[in-house]
Design a protein around this ligand. Structure first.
Ligand code: GTP
Ligand code: MG
Length: 373
């Protein structure tokens, strides 16, 4: 074990064994910050070694889903059922040793599913193919956790992702940080702070080397949230949960598992017996929040046959990237009809967020060749 690993293990151990109360609050906050800084250092070193770079898979389709679970829960069997992929499956652990992509159609959208090596505790330290899996997880649009009745410890899986800076089903904390050169550190808030009242934020910020500047809380954040804001490299990924090998479960066992797994609402499936897969695909499709955009070329009717598939939150800029021609350069404005329009035919710019079934006409700069045809 390198000394960095030892330091990480020591701090983890101290956090685990210190009981949390008013008197230890400050100490624990500082320890958590220290741990986060050490983990960042580990990431930086790992990147320096170039580990896992060749592991990258080309993303394709309209969205990418990563299959995450312990070894042998049936990830590859599921991928093979859902797509035309042929990922090796076997009754022993670590059958899959690289990232295997498959493609799934849902409505008009194509969804890329990535089968991955099984995740084991200690993945963030580089156990198994952990580091590579975690780096892929950071880039997917949705995580599909797969567990089975014998490997049902979802919490430990989530902790593993959290240790690598992945936040499941969360959103970034509403904290605004500003670095300065001098004058010390000021903390202010637009709401009443209960978790970090009484200057608790300062020692945490110092662990990250933030000594000058300001922290503005726009929500009653916890120490963990402040640490996330300070670390700055967190990714926020939505996730679904499926329980495989469900043909082995009776009704009672299912309800017990479902209770334990709250707030997740697991989909029970059997990849082997082909059960529950349609429901699972529907959940995946909905979770990805696709929207359909119809293009109306200037002076011509709307093309209702082939919508452009985007995702909720995407803007005109995202649409331009999907259309043929050099629209990103020649774009002048867009006209829109539909739910995102304040009035029919509203003129909007690149930053305008689109809604499902909007109709869009792209207006290009005069003199530029007509690109939308
Ligand atoms: N009973 C039952 N067994 C299944 C089911 N799905 C997969 N299996 C079996 O579980 C074993 C492991 O399946 P894999 O698909 O290789 O599992 P994996 O999660 O990809 O495993 P790793 O690649 O090693 O991480 C195989 O023997 C499968 O036949 C299922 O729905 N029910
Ligand atoms: Mg596999």
């Amino acid at each position: 074990m390198s000394s960095l690993e030892e330091q990480i293990a020591e701090v983890e151990e101290e956090i685990r064994t210190t009981s949390y109360n008013k008197a230890t609050q400050l100490h624990i906050g500082r320890l958590k910050a220290k741990l986060a800084v050490l983990r960042l250092e580990r990431e930086t070193r790992a990147r320096g070694k170039g580990g896992g770079v060749g592991y990258g898979v080309r993303k394709s389709g309209h969205a990418t889903v990563g299959l995450v679970g312990y070894p042998s829960v049936g990830k590859s069997t599921l991928l093979n059922r859902l797509t035309a992929a042929e990922s090796e499956t076997a009754a022993y652990d670590f059958t899959t040793v690289s990232i295997i992509p498959g493609m799934l159609r849902w409505g008009g959208a194509s969804i890329q599913i990535l089968d991955m090596p099984g995740l084991v505790p200690g993945a963030a330290r580089g156990r198994g193919r952990g580091r590579e899996v975690l780096s892929v997880v950071r880039s997917v649009d949705l995580v599909l956790f797969l567990i089975d009745p014998e490997h049902a410890d979802l919490r430990a899986l989530i902790r593993e992702l959290e240790g690598a800076g992945v936040r499941i089903n969360g959103r970034p904390p509403r904290i605004v940080l500003q670095h300065g050169d001098r004058g010390g550190l000021t903390v202010s808030s637009t709401v009443r702070l209960t978790h970090l009242a009484g200057g608790l934020a300062l020692p945490i910020a110092r662990e990250f080397g933030l000594h000058n500047g300001s922290i503005v809380f726009r929500e009653d954040a916890t120490a963990d949230q402040l640490i996330d804001a300070l670390a700055g490299n967190r990714v926020y990924v939505p996730a679904l949960l499926a329980v495989n090998k469900a043909e082995l479960l009776g009704t009672e066992e299912r309800s017990r598992l479902a209770r334990e797994l709250r707030p997740f609402e697991p989909v029970f499936v059997s990849a082997k017996e082909n059960l529950g897969l349609e429901a699972l695909v529907d959940r995946i499709g909905h979770a990805l929040r696709f929207i359909r955009i119809y293009v109306k070329p200037p002076g011509r009717p709307v093309d209702r046959e082939e919508p452009v598939i985007l995702r909720q939150g995407d803007t005109i800029a995202g649409l331009l990237r999907r259309l043929p021609g050099d629209l990103e350069r020649t774009f002048r404005a867009a006209q829109i009809w539909g739910r995102s329009a304040r009035f029919p035919g509203q003129t909007v710019g690149r930053d305008h967020p689109l809604a499902d079934e909007d109709v869009v006409t792209v207006v290009i700069a005069r003199g530029a060749a007509r690109a939308v045809s």
